[in-house]
Design a protein around this ligand. Structure first.
Ligand SMILES: *Cc1c(COP(=O)(O)O)cnc(C)c1O
Length: 271
């Protein structure tokens, strides 16, 4: 997990020494058992829609393995705030969630789980936690976000996200060189994303050039790049209707330019 720096840096910052179990594309129960051999270990499991190479680690099984050795198991599900009960049901001692992702509150984090483990985090008040403490404003913001979340009609919310994704994919159907499809979240989150594949046979530029063109437009549109597959993955959750229209217009416009010129459009050559 890398969000500008590796998560290993943050583990060290908290005073622990990271021991990585398994490899990039697999972590078996056997790998985990090896890594949990030391009695001073805690098991930290990561859940992210970006961590989906190879076989997924069965979270409940991993938690059970740690517990068999009397070690605590924590799940970093920073973006999984809609699945907290599900993650706690794995038996994890703590589930960590970011307050500023889908909860959309000011920057803070939530530590949820067994009382003794939550209390233990307070040791950091005399450690790195002092430098990182959430402001009073952030704490009130998190409470307001949780309150709002509790009142949210999840079924209606999901239907709205589905409508946005369907609509977007439909709008893309006329754009030459792009094949759009709906992409369910690989970790089981409650919404899909739009997957734009750049057709190799067409004259449309690469996904990376398209991303760059979107960034250099006005308004500037920033999209995640997955250039290995020459595709872009768009997450529409926070976008308003008007923003969605603008993004669709911009992509369609770039598509038309690329088609007319028969080559990379001029706006793609900014740098
Ligand atoms: C986003 C993310 C983080 C970082 O969370 P912040 O609240 O922004 O510090 C850590 N771990 C995972 C798995 C994430 O997805």
């Amino acid at each position: 997990m890398n969000y500008g720096h590796s998560i290993l840096t943050d583990i060290r910052l908290a005073g622990a020494t990271p021991v990585v179990a398994g490899r990039d594309k697999s972590c078996t129960a056997y790998d985990l058992q090896d890594a949990l051999a030391d009695t001073r270990t805690a098991c930290l499991l990561l859940v992210s829609s970006r961590l989906v190479q190879g076989n997924p680690v069965d979270l409940s099984e991993a938690v059970t393995l740690a517990h068999k050795r009397n070690l605590p198991a924590f799940i970093d599900g920073a973006a999984q705030d809609m699945r907290i009960p599900e993650l706690l049901a794995t038996g994890a001692d703590l589930v960590l969630v970011s307050a500023q992702k889908y909860l959309a509150s000011p920057t803070a984090g939530l530590i949820i789980g067994r009382r003794a483990c939550v209390q233990a985090c307070r040791a950091q008040e005399q450690g790195i936690g002092r430098a990182m403490k959430a402001t009073k404003e952030a704490i009130i913001g998190v409470l307001a976000a949780l309150d709002e979340r509790q009142r949210l009609d999840i079924t209606a919310w999901r239907a709205e996200q589905d409508r946005k994704v369907h609509w977007f994919v439909k709008q893309m159907s006329g754009v030459a060189g792009i094949k759009a499809s709906e992409m369910p979240d690989p970790t089981g989150a409650l919404f899909s994303r739009v997957h734009l594949r750049i057709e190799p046979v067409h004259r449309f530029p690469t996904a990376s050039a398209l991303a760059q063109a979107l960034r250099s437009g006005n308004p500037s549109v920033w999209v995640g790049e997955h250039t290995a597959e020459n595709s872009l993955i768009l997450e529409l959750v926070p976008l308003s209707r008007e923003e969605l229209h603008r993004v669709v217009e911009r992509i369609s416009e770039l598509g038309r330019q690329s088609h007319q010129v028969g080559q990379t459009p001029a706006t793609l050559h900014r740098e």
